[in-house]
Design a protein around this ligand. Sequence first.
Ligand SMILES: NC(=O)C1=CN([C@@H]2O[C@H](COP(=O)(O)OP(=O)(O)OC[C@H]3O[C@@H](n4cnc5c(N)ncnc54)[C@H](O)[C@@H]3O)[C@@H](O)[C@H]2O)C=CC1
Ligand SMILES: O=C([O-])CC(=O)C(=O)O
Length: 311
Amino acid sequence: MNKISIIGAGRVGETTAQILAEEELCREVALYDVREDAAAGIALDIFQTAPFFEFDCRLRGSHDPAVIAGSDLVVVTAGFPRKPGMSRSDVLAANVRIIDEVTDHILAHAPDAIVLVVSNPVDTLTYRIAQRTGWPRQRVFGQAGVLDASRMAAFIAEETGFSALDITTLVLGGHGDTMVPMPRYCTINGVPVSHFIAPDRLAAIIDRTRQGGAEILALRKNSSAYDAPAAAVAAMVDAISNNRRRLMPCVAMLDGEYGERDIAMGVPCVLDEQGLAQVVELELNDEERANFTQSAASVRADIGRLAELDH
Ligand SMILES: NC(=O)C1=CN([C@@H]2O[C@H](COP(=O)(O)OP(=O)(O)OC[C@H]3O[C@@H](n4cnc5c(N)ncnc54)[C@H](O)[C@@H]3O)[C@@H](O)[C@H]2O)C=CC1
Ligand SMILES: O=C([O-])CC(=O)C(=O)O
């Protein structure tokens, strides 16, 4: 991939830029932020790590949105993070204005790009960008489940003592308290986690996963999580940039899959160089189905607020 832009050079944006450059996932990373000179300073600072991390990817930052021109992929990390005690939905009204402005910059300067949305509430803002651009779901999708699954994997590694490398997890649904961890699909090198973890301990891990973002927020206090979120974004970018056809949970626009339509939420998808190549439909059991439906209802409540915010 030639050029990847990051809109919003805050904590998640900056950390993502560093990983994309270090891993040489493209030839150029462009950073755009409304804060005067901030993106330029961050790009320069990261480029000056090139001799240490041995990369020759270029970085450029600006408060002129034209810096994103010609991007193959745009990562959207602009917007307010929540503060302790808030839900992600509490920043919807503030962030939808930012996201609309950002979308117009993408339409104007990067009309052929794939858009990877990170800003919260990510399901609703992915939906918003899909609506405003009118682009197919293949090119507009969001990051949530890759991060949520990595948290669940960390908790399982702590609980069992097994290497995090051997743990596979899956989290679907909206990126909120109603997210849907899928223990039936969680294994340690193919062995179901239920073989190693008692039901009450597994229930506690599921609950902790649902609260994973709030746990970091409560500890960091001045910011929400950004190291693992940036790594999750970079993993998705790597799948796209290297045409890997990886199976990853993505915030995808649904068109009847899982019984839902006109909504964006987390489902397993195949990522390749075109973006979101395919939504994979799993057979859900009764409990998973009930949880997924409840999660869809909560995302839909936020999507319903978009119309009110337009007035
Ligand atoms: N989907 C996910 O899994 C995750 C989502 N997030 C979300 O990502 C967003 C960013 O989080 P942080 O980087 O921690 O916040 P931050 O406050 O460090 O950075 C946000 C950046 O957006 C910029 N910005 C604001 N309005 C803009 C505009 N109109 N155009 C361009 N840039 C603009 C700000 O100047 C700031 O630099 C938040 O909404 C947060 O909730 C964070 C972690 C995980
Ligand atoms: O918790 C937050 O607000 C940020 C986020 O989405 C996460 O870390 O999962």
